[in-house]
Ligand binder design. Structure first.
Ligand code: GLC
Length: 470
């Protein structure tokens, strides 16, 4: 085993004498926990309203800096699209490339904010049985897009022509609504020869290589933008779109910029970095594919929530506070072995003895003798990690709302999509509660709306908006 130094930002709340021990790609941490375990964890994870308000203020000020092209963590990327009228009509093909799963949909926009999804399919870019993995560092972009083109070919009929809207959920620099170059991969994807490339050109070339002549990509947009478009198709107050899923990001309608009337800006808020990091966040970041990047996303994204929980659990096990006398098995020592769905399951267990958590400890983690107290601590850790995420997400919403409407005097609908928001017990209600606490009376004007299938519907709305202007 070899010791590795860890460096922390000066404002981080870190217990004294932190040591990181790494061996064979595995990592452990040893920190002395002062006082009672739970109190110490609460001290670290609970972020009070005042602190959240100062995070919101820092976020707002970085938005301003980013809009002025100063090098801050918020990218503030123009999307070259504004709000729909709600009258857009027609049938469009939507591709939703949000992570390791891609979805294709046929969306019929009926006008008056109404739509139907008439056909859909989804497929993984990484085969669960390990036969192929187009997201790995040895995969090439052409192979990945050829695969997507083949799926589009199977999905469509050759007798019909289609305009395609592409929701591509990665930070991209737009030169127009149909021209976006990937800045860098996020969500731990590492496919070669895609960064820096014009994504819809790669898709078009793949369609051509596969003799798909009847499908024409006309728009490319971030999933936050798609979420906002899908909701604002029927709700004129919608001016924020957000994803709380595997990754996290938010966009908003900027009224005065870039010489255009108004345009949706993809903030890439998952990269925000003015945050109170804990040792667990530092450790997770250090061992991630892109250390130093996506710091907010690494505290709130579904990809990472389980890993934070695992690091805390492991810390307590190492110190002899949790699962004492148990053989904890290898699973808990494996990075990312605890997933967001396990966190959800822990939060959902209402049994007085937390029997479901017990079952999961046995079957999945290979831990036989967890006590009800151990399980209560594990549930508490999950709660703290999830509530902190909800608080941080709310702080960014307040930062954005203050930017667009300093007095919070108008109605605002925040459209939210994603598995964390929809599936993690208590997440959405906590966001709503914290937003009220942060805004007082004016908070009544802020409405949160769940936007299901928004990536597909928004892509269709974008394609329809392009068609109208052509
Ligand atoms: C990541 C991507 C961002 C996307 C978000 C949600 O943060 O960088 O573009 O919107 O995930 O999918």
């Amino acid at each position: 085993m070899s010791g590795t130094a860890v460096y922390f930002p000066s404002d981080a709340k870190i217990p004294n004498e932190v040591r990181l021990v790494a061996a064979d790609g595995q990592y452990n941490l040893i920190t002395p926990l002062p006082g009672s375990i739970l109190q110490s964890l609460e001290d670290q994870f609970v972020i009070g309203t005042r602190r959240l308000l100062s995070i919101a203020a820092a976020f707002k000020s970085q938005m301003k800096e980013g809009l002025a092209n100063r090098p801050v963590s918020l990218k503030m990327l123009p999307s070259f699209i504004g709000k729909p009228t709600g009258l857009e009509e027609g049938a469009f093909l939507a591709v939703d490339f949000g992570g390791t799963n891609v979805r294709i949909m046929l969306v019929v926009l009926l006008g008056q904010g109404q739509y139907q999804i008439t056909k859909k399919k989804s497929f993984p870019l990484k085969d669960p049985l390990g036969i192929y993995d187009f997201t790995a560092p040895d995969a090439a972009g052409t192979q990945m897009f050829d695969y997507i083109a083949e799926q589009i070919k199977d999905f469509t009929t050759c007798r019909q022509n289609y305009l395609l809207g592409h929701t591509f959920s990665f930070p991209s620099h737009h030169a127009g609504i149909n021209e976006a170059c990937l800045l860098y991969w996020t969500k731990e994807i590492r496919t070669q020869n895609v960064e820096g490339e014009d994504i819809n050109r790669l898709l078009l070339e793949a369609l051509q290589r596969n003799n798909v002549e009847n499908v024409k990509p006309v728009a490319i947009l971030n999933d936050t933008v798609a979420t906002m478009l899908a909701t604002s198709y029927s709700d004129k107050d919608c001016d924020l779109g957000s994803i709380c899923g595997t990754g996290h990001n938010t966009c908003y309608l900027e009224k005065h910029t870039f010489g255009h009337e108004s345009m949706i800006i993809n903030i890439e808020s998952g990269n925000f970095n003015q945050l109170p990091f804990l040792i667990y966040d530092e450790l997770l970041d250090k061992m991630s594919v892109r250390p130093g990047e996506q710091r907010l996303e690494k505290m709130v994204g579904g990809y990472y929530l389980g890993e934070i929980v695992r690091l805390v659990v492991l810390d307590l096990v190492e110190k002899g506070f949790l699962l004492v006398g148990n053989n904890t098995g290898a699973q808990i020592h494996r990075a990312y072995s605890i997933k967001a769905e396990h966190v959800s399951a822990m939060l959902a267990d209402q049994n007085p003895h937390l029997n479901d958590i017990d079952l999961w400890c046995r079957d999945y983690l290979g831990i036989d003798g967890s006590s009800p107290a151990d399980r209560a601590v594990m549930k508490k850790i999950s709660e703290l990690v999830v509530n902190r995420a909800a608080g941080l997400v709310s702080a960014t919403y307040i930062g954005i709302l203050n930017h667009v409407d300093e007095q919070l005097a108008s109605n605002h609908t925040v459209a939210v999509d994603g598995s964390v928001y929809e599936k993690i017990p208590g997440f959405s209600s906590t966001v709503s509660k914290i937003l009220s606490e942060m805004t007082g009376e004016n908070g009544q004007l802020i409405k949160l709306k769940t936007a299901q299938d928004a990536s597909g519907i928004g892509a269709a709305v974008a394609a329809a908006m392009v068609q109208q202007t052509e």
